[in-house]
Design a protein around this ligand. Structure first.
Ligand SMILES: [Cu+2]
Length: 142
């Protein structure tokens, strides 16, 4: 009996050692999940085109961007979708022509960036023809 209880004690001791430290990663402790990626930043004077098909200005959540005359405005497609940025009228198209030589931004695959220089004060609205009616934006040049 004394010998049996001694064996039992050794068995209990070895089992407790295994469950404590010998199990390694299968002891029920899972590593914490990695932190979520930081929100995409949208630089100043920039419209970012997110996956929810919005033009978002400079991290404000607004679809409108106000700049002073002489400012270069950037559009960057931060989504995985193809978009475009077409001026709603001739005034916007004409004001944007000074940028990189084209008023509308028809070629806008994921990751692409366009810039337009605005020297003429006014309110210029634009839209993406692929995602009506919500994907719209406004540049206000003072
Ligand atoms: Cu779009």
């Amino acid at each position: 009996m004394r010998r049996i209880s001694g064996l039992l004690g050794a068995l209990v001791l070895s089992l407790s050692v295994m469950s404590c430290g010998g199990g390694g990663g299968d002891g029920g402790v899972t590593p914490p999940p990695p932190p979520p990626p930081p929100p995409a930043t949208c630089a100043a004077n920039t419209f970012c085109m997110g996956s929810s098909s919005f033009f978002t200005a400079a991290g404000t959540g607004s679809h409108s961007l106000t700049v002073t005359a002489g400012t270069t405005v950037t559009w960057t497609n931060t989504s995985n979708d193809t978009h475009n940025a077409l001026w709603d009228n001739a005034a916007g198209r004409a004001a944007a022509l000074a940028g990189d030589g084209s008023g509308d931004m028809t070629d806008f695959p994921a990751g692409a960036t366009h810039t337009r220089l605005f020297n003429t004060p006014g309110t210029y609205t634009f839209h993406c023809s692929f995602h009506p009616p919500g994907m719209v934006g406004t540049v206000i040049v003072n």
